[in-house]
Ligand binder design. Structure first.
Ligand code: SF4
Length: 412
């Protein structure tokens, strides 16, 4: 285990990508980065993180914002419930904890929308607590290296993976306590050196047998200019994720040059492309959205409604919608009960129909068709008529945003 940790943490200090949230241990910023990065690839998430920090620099700023302002910043990330939870949690932290994040895992875990992963990330990175994180990258790396061959979507495999992580973390903690006792290695600003300053040369080659809290000189790390403790629980978590995300990748990892190629179970037994094992993927549910892009003759603007049902994109705006469970042609749509409920005898002109756009969510595939319609007189039953210059202020799902990008708002 100690050899594994030495290799991993050395590798991390030389190879970690430099992101703004790796230069801080501020729990608000770590929490923000974790929630955003759960939504998207890290490179795509960084601009969102930067823009959140700019608009809401503190938890007080986020709590004081309106839900629509938060949704607007989140726009394009998907899973809008997470944005609402983010906002609700900011309020809870301000109201219940006076704006200071709770410092232990259990209290963090009680916050709305904070699961095991995020609580462990904040507790370890910000407060040095020994809670391992387990995401898809960590699962892949652990199952391959330590040879966990049960389907990882079963509870038994998750438990086994967590046991391995707990054991690794216990070792990290012992090494951390020993090196921290020297008062030489406490992390100061963030957990990583600024880019361009790898700390490989300062990584002490501690081993568990060398490490002795009793004050044995052998326990003192051999570090010349140390400013960070490489055995910090937060660094260990970040290193596990980073190795899985950038080296032990899903397809064709470079095992020949991997620092773990002598100890890796999957490499030894030819199972690299088989692990982690998964049960059959859940079938995708198909939904067909027919968006009614309605304007009024002689007036500027398009009707928008807010989604209020407990469904995807709750709280976002969209055009009036008819949903079907199968694809339908325009004549069928015109004859449907839903169409008649919307328009009855209202005189209208169908100006155009835009071919189907698809949007993939975790368990749903949305196929959307857009119909440009013109009615004679304004009517509240279609929602609010929004002037083109105000449309970009509304929080909308990516599929609507794409439609608006390809159709000049001046045309609407
Ligand atoms: S040898 Fe290959 S499969 Fe094993 S840990 Fe390294 S990259 Fe992953």
């Amino acid at each position: 285990m100690t050899d594994f940790l030495n290799k991993l943490l050395s590798w991390y200090q030389s190879n970690a990508r430099d992101f703004p949230f790796r230069q801080t241990t501020d729990p608000y910023l770590i929490w923000l980065s974790e929630v955003i990065m759960q939504q998207t690839r890290i490179e795509q998430g960084v601009p969102y993180y930067n823009s959140f920090v700019k608009v809401f620099p503190t938890v007080h700023d986020l709590a004081g914002a309106s839900e629509e302002e938060v949704l607007k910043q989140w726009q394009g990330l998907g899973y809008y419930t997470r944005a609402r939870n983010l906002h609700a949690t900011a309020n809870e932290i301000v109201e219940k904890y006076g704006g200071r994040f709770p410092e232990n895992y259990e209290n963090l875990r009680e916050l709305k929308g904070v699961g095991d992963y995020t609580a462990a990330a904040i507790a370890s990175v910000c407060f040095g607590q020994p809670h391992p994180v387990m995401d898809g990258n960590v699962i892949r790396f652990i199952t391959r290296h330590f040879g966990i061959t049960d389907a990882v979507d079963l509870a038994a495999a998750k438990k086994e993976i967590m046991e391995v992580l707990d054991e690794l973390m216990e070792n990290v903690q012992v090494l951390w306590e020993v090196s921290s006792a020297t008062e030489l290695l406490r992390p100061t600003i963030g957990l990583l050196p600024k880019s361009g300053k790898p700390l490989t040369s300062s990584l002490p080659r501690l081993t568990l047998t060398e490490a002795s809290p009793s004050g044995d000189p052998a326990a003192v790390p051999d570090a010349t200019e140390p400013s960070h403790n490489p055995f910090h629980p937060g660094l260990f978590n970040q290193a596990m994720i980073e190795f899985g995300a950038t080296y032990c990748v899903p397809r064709n990892p470079n095992c020949r040059e991997c620092i773990f190629n002598e100890s890796c179970y999957a490499l030894k037994y030819g199972m690299v492309d088989k692990l982690p094992l998964k049960k059959q993927q859940q079938a995708l549910k198909s939904r067909y959205f027919h968006y009614l892009v309605i304007s009024v003759r002689g007036k500027k603007g398009i009707y928008f409604r807010k989604r209020t049902e407990n469904d995807i994109w709750k709280g976002l705006y969209e055009f009036p919608l008819i949903e079907t469970s199968k694809p339908v042609t325009l004549p069928r749509l015109l004859n449907s009960i839903e169409w008649k409920q919307h328009f009855g005898k209202t005189p209208l002109k169908i100006l155009s129909q835009t071919g189907s756009a698809s949007h993939l969510l975790s368990h749903q595939k949305i196929s959307a068709t857009f119909y440009r319609l013109e009615i004679e007189k304004p009517s509240d039953k279609f929602g609010s008529l929004i002037h083109p210059k105000n449309i970009h202020e509304l929080p909308v799902a990516r599929i609507i945003e794409k439609y608006l990008e390809t159709h000049q708002t001046s045309e609407l």
